[in-house]
Design a protein around this ligand. Structure first.
Ligand SMILES: *[C@@H]1O[C@H](CO)[C@@H](O)[C@H](O)[C@H]1NC(C)=O
Ligand SMILES: *[C@@H]1O[C@H](CO)[C@@H](O)[C@H](O)[C@H]1NC(C)=O
Ligand SMILES: *[C@@H]1O[C@H](CO)[C@@H](O)[C@H](O)[C@H]1NC(C)=O
Ligand SMILES: *[C@@H]1O[C@H](CO)[C@@H](O)[C@H](O)[C@H]1NC(C)=O
Ligand SMILES: *[C@@H]1O[C@H](CO)[C@@H](O)[C@H](O)[C@H]1NC(C)=O
Ligand SMILES: *[C@@H]1O[C@H](CO)[C@@H](O)[C@H](O)[C@H]1NC(C)=O
Length: 643
């Protein structure tokens, strides 16, 4: 009897242990669409913490989509490190992916209570609910149940736009059982239409049997918009997307490049072009400049051509950024007119980002090799700005001279504008003694118009700045203007009539054209409107908001009223303080108000093009010069400020 119970306890415990060890993760299945179903027996809330370690390196796969198609935007969305994403996908940090490209996203996965997860924060947008966020934005890397579970007090239908919520992303760490068979990593893969367990396994070079086990699947019944765990021995590398089934054989060095990894591409290019491949070097370089590899250039190419099995230095620490890397990159970065700075250099330049060096917000003044520079710390997606500023070269657009990536933040290094933001100068109510003459104001307007005209007509592809305002115009030592802050600018390429719809309304209120506020229309005429508002501020010394009192619907109406006054002079007095107006040539001021009025037309096509504005302001500047000298001769004593 005794021995029997012993045996049964033994068997039971053996059973339990083996159950625990064997237990992998139950495949979530289609329950994720049923947001109100309280049944959490499958992994709807996340994969259970049954791994050997409570935290581990894990990977997510994300399909690039129009609003999340750059390394930085994807890293922001999924709280991953952009340089690690760039490294594992063998691209640069500024890369934009094609739509539906499978992007590997390295994450630190750890237990929160019973489930493994990566926390990310997400800003609620109009129309969002937990299902939409989980399924459409996060591509099933989270579930509505899990997001709800994370903020139990907020119901899906009561989400406020702009509020920030925690989204737990599905990840998992290998169990003892998996580690015993050599599995070290689990990839959370969002299943797409047409995917099969074997097809997915092959994409990653994983063992199909192990994939079945990892997901406790008995059959191949998987549904799309759910996640599948793919167990891997080595970190995933560039995913070989199968052409429509059956999936292609594993790439060999002689196979054609389509469907094979970047490595094969480079291998072939090296082979074909040999030593004289200047283009290749440039490409490799573009691709590596922002690339966190602590190796010299030749090694980089070697790494690129080595086989998939080659060990990838994944868990490299940020501090590993060695002098070698910077040295080899710096001369190449010069050819892109960009310098890659070490964080220590920027610390030194800004006295460790001390408040005394702060210009405004996250912008610091630094001294780099004896020259002043402006250093901006950025959290978000900088790829668009870098891409644009690296392409344009115009004295009225602020020049980006270098960059640095440190501890999850970008630092952009710009030319320094000694006189700071235009907004510090034009608003008349300041007591700083800062005062600009009429001619300086017109010169600044002409500079801004010239810069915008370049952006609209001569940059390739054409761009819209989208966030023109007086604080984004900087003045150099000679009070010549430079447009800055291209964070929101976008290209108008390939869009019929240059009009495009955008879903997210961004920019600065008061400067935004009505068609953009109402319908999200983006065109160069958006900047023309913003320019009109800016010019109004420049000549009146008042913020645009000051004009939009309760009694007026829009700026255009106000200006029309002004211009309808008999000879306009009386109207001008409503607009511009008499103390300022007496230093202005009033006939010219009327012409400027007329120009502003045309820029603020409600109908975008009725607004002038930037090149017309440039011409008109050039004439104005010439006329102002003659006025300036004649008024000086007559001995004007009245202007405020410094003489
Ligand atoms: C688990 O943790 C140990 C010690 O911290 C570490 O050596 C090992 O690599 C980890 N295993 C995995 C799979 O992360
Ligand atoms: C993950 O953890 C490693 C080591 O702790 C750290 O260097 C890395 O920055 C972390 N990644 C993210 C995205 O937090
Ligand atoms: C995720 O956030 C929750 C709170 O929202 C916290 O309890 C949990 O520890 C976090 N998990 C990780 C892995 O950071
Ligand atoms: C989930 O999102 C995809 C696009 O990401 C969409 O095609 C699909 O219809 C969504 N599923 C449901 C049930 O809405
Ligand atoms: C949603 O918000 C409204 C108003 O704030 C409140 O009356 C309602 O009870 C909320 N619904 C839920 C489900 O919390
Ligand atoms: C696999 O089969 C076992 C036993 O038949 C069952 O308990 C389990 O739910 C099945 N798994 C799935 C994902 O269908």
């Amino acid at each position: 009897m005794g021995s029997f119970s012993h045996i049964s306890v033994f068997t039971l415990s053996l059973f339990c242990c083996s159950f625990l060890i064997q237990a992998q993760q139950p495949y979530v299945g289609p329950k994720t669409t049923d947001c109100t179903n309280p049944d959490t027996s499958d992994s709807v809330l996340g994969y259970t913490c049954n791994g050997l370690n409570r935290s581990c390196q894990a990977y997510l796969v994300f399909r690039s989509q129009p609003s999340y198609n750059t390394v930085t935007s994807i890293s922001n969305l999924l709280s991953s490190d952009p340089s690690q994403i760039a490294e594992i996908n063998e691209v640069s940090v500024t890369t934009s992916f094609e739509t539906n490209h499978l992007v590997i996203v390295p994450v630190n996965c750890s237990c929160s209570g019973d489930y493994y997860q990566v926390n990310t924060t997400y800003t609620v947008q109009s129309g969002d609910g937990y299902f939409l966020i989980a399924n459409d934005t996060f591509q099933a890397l989270s579930t509505c149940q899990a997001i709800q579970n994370q903020q139990p007090d907020i119901r899906s239908e009561n989400l406020t736009i702009g509020s920030r919520i925690t989204v737990p992303l599905r990840c998992a760490c290998p169990t003892r059982n998996q580690i015993d068979v050599g599995i070290n990593y689990l990839v959370s893969y969002p299943i797409a239409q047409g995917d099969s367990v074997s097809g997915i396994s092959e994409m990653f070079g994983a063992d199909t049997e192990r994939t079945f086990e990892a997901n406790q699947l008995n059959d191949s019944n998987i549904v799309f918009f759910t996640t599948l765990l793919v167990p891997l021995k080595d970190p995933p590398s560039n995913i070989a997307v199968p052409s429509p089934p059956p999936p292609p054989p594993p790439p060999s060095p002689n196979s054609p490049p389509s469907g094979s990894s970047n490595k094969t591409w480079i291998y072939i290019l090296v082979g074909v072009l040999g030593g004289g491949a200047l283009i290749l070097v440039v490409c490799t370089v573009i691709f590596c400049v922002f690339f966190r590899k602590s190796k010299k250039k030749p090694d980089l190419i070697m790494t690129s051509v080595s086989s998939k099995a080659a060990e990838k230095p994944l868990k490299k620490k940020l501090e590993d950024e060695s002098q070698d890397f910077l040295d080899s990159m710096s001369h190449i970065a010069q050819s892109l007119n960009l310098k890659v700075y070490k964080f220590e250099e920027l610390q030194l330049a800004t006295d460790n980002f001390s408040p005394s060096c702060q210009i405004k917000g996250s912008v610091y003044r630094g001294v780099i090799q004896g020259d002043f520079a402006a250093i901006k710390k950025v959290n978000g997606d900088v790829s668009k700005e870098i891409e644009l500023l690296n392409k344009v070269n115009h004295s009225n657009l602020i020049r980006l001279s270098g960059l640095c990536f440190h501890d999850g933040h970008w630092y952009l290094v710009y030319e320094y504008a000694a006189n700071g933001a235009l907004s510090d100068w034009i608003f008349h109510n300041n007591n700083s003694g800062k005062y600009l003459s009429w001619k300086q104001r017109i010169q600044i307007a002409l500079d801004v118009a010239t810069g915008l005209n370049y952006l609209h007509c001569f940059s390739n592809p054409p761009h819209v700045h989208k966030d023109l305002k007086s604080s984004n115009v900087l003045l150099d030592v000679d009070f010549r203007a430079k447009i800055s802050n291209f964070a929101l600018s976008r290209s108008t390429e390939g869009r019929e009539g240059q009009f495009a719809l955008t879903r997210h309304i961004v920019g600065t209120k008061g400067y935004m054209a009505p068609e953009y506020l109402e319908n999200g229309l983006v065109s160069t005429k958006l900047d023309v409107y913003g320019f009109g508002v800016l010019l109004l501020e420049v000549i009146t010394g008042k913020e645009a908001a000051a004009f939009c009192g309760e009694e007026y619907m829009n700026l255009s109406d106000i200006l029309s009223n002004v211009l309808h006054e008999k000879d306009g002079q009386e109207g001008l007095k409503q607009l511009i303080d008499p103390s300022m107006l007496e230093n202005y040539p009033s006939e010219l001021a009327i012409v400027v108000v007329t120009l502003i009025n045309s820029c603020l037309k409600k109908n975008p096509t009725a607004r002038p093009d930037m090149d017309e504005i440039v011409k008109s302001l050039s004439r104005m500047l010439t006329a102002s010069s003659t006025w300036d000298s004649s008024s000086n001769m007559s001995g004007s004593q009245t202007s405020t400020g410094n003489y």
